[in-house]
Design a protein around this ligand. Structure first.
Ligand code: SF4
Ligand code: SF4
Length: 342
């Protein structure tokens, strides 16, 4: 489950709607309610939490929420723009159970990144902090949005390694007409035509073989999106709303952060209907790549449930799906998210 702790953000990235929300309209998730909801999520089978925002480090009760999640045994990741990180906070996050710190980077140079974010000196600070994170058991990952702020993969790889990153995950941008809610993030820097985007994804696929750091987006996920962009059938249905959920700062559960109609509250999570939507309206990596990576595990669980009901034919069918074999490689390429890694 992704938990968006707040809609507040201190950055001014031009391609993101959060940067345009004025402090008068900032909302922080109610910490007491969220702490009360975490055991309900654990009982209902949620295992992984990704804390995000806005900027989650702005939440005044972040550490106590993380400690509560750690006590319940969740695997915890946190996305941040990195501007508020200090040595003390890095230590506190590690002690509070965060294993992966996902730090967003927008460009292939400090100058462009810092001016887009509005954080002069951010890169120097990251260069100081990143080397010490591993000692504390924290894995820093760069999260780079494919955008028109950069175009040279080799320059980007050199920049990320100079900051101290050893792994990167890419976020896919939007395309005109590909957002179901009409609230399209139509910033020109992240709006691509299908042909342009397919070309960038292909470049990314070939770059990963010579990249100086690990690229965590699986090849199969990249191929799947290229197929979709070329109008071919989707083979790996999105897991959002079925195995993967989004909790917003009002503590409403949604399918994903794009289909934002609340399904219910965090307190109601166990009783909410879980639906497999035949949706492929967006290309959001956190859901779409996850849907590829987790495909074999989901098929195994479906086979187990069918076998449990004595439906042996159905169970075998789930296990023999061709997509399982394909997705096993993707799961291997994504092992960093679940265990050790670069
Ligand atoms: S740091 Fe992230 S949440 Fe904040 S404005 Fe930039 S992209 Fe949006
Ligand atoms: S494809 Fe998945 S993540 Fe994207 S809008 Fe549809 S349900 Fe949400």
């Amino acid at each position: 489950m992704q938990i968006a702790l707040t809609n507040a953000c201190n950055a001014r990235c031009r391609f993101c709607g959060f940067s345009r929300i004025s402090p008068d309209h900032w909302v922080m998730a109610d910490a007491a309610r969220l702490r009360g909801g975490l055991p309900l999520l654990a009982q209902a089978g949620v295992r992984y939490l990704v804390f995000t925002g806005g900027e989650p480090l702005l939440h005044p009760h972040l550490l106590e929420i993380l400690h509560a999640a750690k006590t319940l045994g969740f695997r915890i990741m946190l996305c941040t723009n990195g501007s508020l990180l200090t040595q003390e906070l890095v230590t506190a996050l590690a002690q509070a159970g965060v294993t992966h710190l996902i730090i967003s980077i927008d460009a292939a140079s400090a100058r462009v990144h810092e001016s887009h974010r509005g954080f002069p000196g951010l890169c120097r600070s990251l260069q100081t902090l990143l080397p010490t994170m591993a000692d504390q058991g924290l894995r820093p990952l760069a999260s780079v949005t494919i955008s028109r702020l950069w175009s040279d993969f080799d320059a980007l790889g050199d920049f990320l390694t100079s900051l101290g990153f050893r792994a990167v995950t890419f976020s896919y941008p939007t395309m005109a007409g590909h957002w179901p809610s009409g609230e399209a993030a139509v910033a020109p820097s992240i709006t691509f035509t299908a042909a342009e985007l397919a070309a960038v994804l292909q470049k990314l696929q070939s770059w990963r073989r010579r990249a100086p750091l690990a690229v965590l987006n699986p090849d199969l996920g990249l191929e799947e999106l290229q197929r979709q962009l070329q109008g071919q059938a989707v083979r790996f249905p999105c897991l959002a709303g079925w195995k993967y959920f989004y909790l917003d700062w009002h503590l409403n559960v949604c399918c994903c952060h794009i289909r934002r109609q609340p399904l219910g509250t965090v307190e109601e999570f166990a009783d909410l209907p879980r639906r497999r939507h035949a949706c492929h309206a967006c290309l959001t990596d956190c859901y779409r790549d996850a849907s590829v990576q987790q495909y074999p595990a989901v098929a195994a669980s479906e086979a187990w449930q069918a076998a449990h009901k004595g439906q042996w034919r159905a169970a075998i069918k789930h296990l023999l799906r061709r997509e399982n074999r394909l997705a096993l490689t993707a799961a291997w390429q994504s092992r960093h998210w679940f265990s050790g890694g670069p």
